[in-house]
Ligand binder design. Structure first.
Ligand SMILES: NC(=O)c1ccc[n+]([C@@H]2O[C@H](COP(=O)([O-])OP(=O)(O)OC[C@H]3O[C@@H](n4cnc5c(N)ncnc54)[C@H](OP(=O)(O)O)[C@@H]3O)[C@@H](O)[C@H]2O)c1
Length: 388
């Protein structure tokens, strides 16, 4: 039977009202005013559907992009209202007659590849630009079975850490296999077994560096957050304070960063750079790229449009690669690495469901000490109580 649940929505009207209030100054936007709790009618459970009681979700940056309308005005494009949320962990409470991978009581995680192309890559992202897709920042959700994976409950992570990964881990996994694969077309393992890998701040970059480190490479994390750098340093990933370089606001800041990287790497520079931010970070990443290097991105937090000297990149044999989200087999492979490789840093507060808007506002202000998690269900099933 269909039912009505509480779910967060973003409306084009709320986006417009908030932009008007702050005179289009996106720095001043209060995301909590745009992401609001509403009633959502869930569809009946069809033959291939699973009904999930959502236990926890992670805050993902695409919600801020939707609330700010800084890339596209996705709420408007979706007809004026969207229900966001494309990373969740939940308990299966009902299954359709043709569902064979899940049973009632299972704990599932989502992936957000909403519409695989012929090679498996997403044409659309679930709860973002996929038409009709309803997100998971809700008490319950009805999704088709293919949109779910079994949560690896015995991976060694706690529930909140697992909830941090459904979107960010497959993104990092995909970027890493692409970047290393491209580098290996140019430079074989026999020529250079250990490569230098740089990531700038943010959850996806952190996971990317964990992959690099786990495979024996040298990993460097350039972030403005002392807490996040400290967490990665415990894994042997070298921290670089981005604020010491004034977040690359001036050319001189980039030059100083360039010198630091040269010293840190013995003159070898960075063979692979993960840049989810662009903006001033892009130039800094290129400045420290080694010959034959690869600069990979699936994000555009600070800007979408890049400028670079094509001749210079040709001479240096540098590849810029743009990725999106993983294929379904890639999502499954990334899930295998929960706890073994992926040990995410979690923000110190686990937000209650009613404060989800605040979680996004604090993400916008960049005050969090790790990936923000929102606990949706007050009562947890016995199968996961020991994981909190
Ligand atoms: N295509 C995909 O599938 C996909 C998947 C995930 C994310 N994304 C996109 O990738 C981007 C990053 O996402 P994420 O989840 O990795 O990040 P995140 O965990 O939300 O972290 C964002 C990071 O941005 C950094 N930051 C904030 N303001 C900054 C500034 N002015 N200058 C430099 N750095 C700043 C902060 O790093 P420090 O303060 O630590 O330096 C912060 O940790 C977003 O645009 C997101 O939408 C795309």
């Amino acid at each position: 039977m269909g039912s009505t649940v509480k779910a967060y929505a973003i409306t084009a009207d709320a986006v417009a009202a908030e932009r008007k209030r702050v005179n289009d100054d996106l720095e001043q936007v209060d995301i909590a005013k745009v992401v609001r709790l509403e009633d959502l009618d869930l569809r009946d459970v069809g033959p291939r559907d699973v009904r999930l009681r959502i236990l926890a979700v992670s805050a993902e940056h695409n919600i801020n992009h939707a609330a700010l309308a800084d890339t596209v005005n996705i709420a408007e494009a979706r007809g004026g209202r969207m229900f966001p949320g494309n990373s969740a962990l939940g308990e299966v409470v009902e299954v359709g007659t043709e569902v064979d991978k899940f049973k009632v009581g299972d704990i599932a995680i989502t992936h957000c590849n909403g519409d695989p192309d012929r090679f498996g890559f997403p044409l659309r992202i679930w709860a973002y630009d996929m038409p009709e897709s309803v997100g998971w920042y809700a008490e319950e959700a009805v999704v088709e079975e293919w949109q779910l994976l079994q949560a690896p409950l015995d991976c060694g992570l706690n529930l909140w850490e697992m909830a941090a990964l459904p979107l960010r881990a497959p993104t990092a996994y995909h970027m890493w296999r692409r970047a290393l694969g491209i580098f290996r077309v140019k430079v074989t393992r026999e020529q250079l077994a250990t490569v230098n890998v740089l990531g700038f701040g943010g959850g996806v970059s952190e996971l990317f560096l964990m992959l690099a480190k786990s495979e024996g490479h040298n990993a460097y994390f350039c972030s403005g957050s002392p807490e996040r750098r400290a967490a990665l340093e415990e894994m042997g990933i070298v921290g670089i304070d981005q604020k010491e370089y004034n977040r690359f606001a001036e050319r001189g800041d980039v030059s100083r960063f360039r010198n630091t990287v040269r010293d840190l790497t013995g003159g070898a520079d960075m063979h692979i750079v993960c840049d989810m931010l662009r903006g001033p970070v892009f130039g800094a990443g290129l400045a420290v790229a080694a010959r034959g290097g690869v600069n990979v991105s699936a994000g555009w937090q600070l800007s979408q449009v890049l400028e670079y000297n094509s001749a210079l990149l040709s001479v240096k044999q540098i590849t810029l690669d743009h990725t999106h989200y993983e294929t379904l087999p890639g999502c499954a492979a990334a899930t295998e690495l929960y706890g073994r490789v992926f040990k995410p840093t979690i923000h110190e507060e686990i937000y209650p469901f009613e404060d989800l808007g605040r979680a996004f506002e604090e993400m916008h202000r960049n005050t969090q000490t790790g990936i923000p998690i929102i606990r949706v269900a007050d009562e947890l099933p016995d199968s996961v109580k020991h994981l909190t």
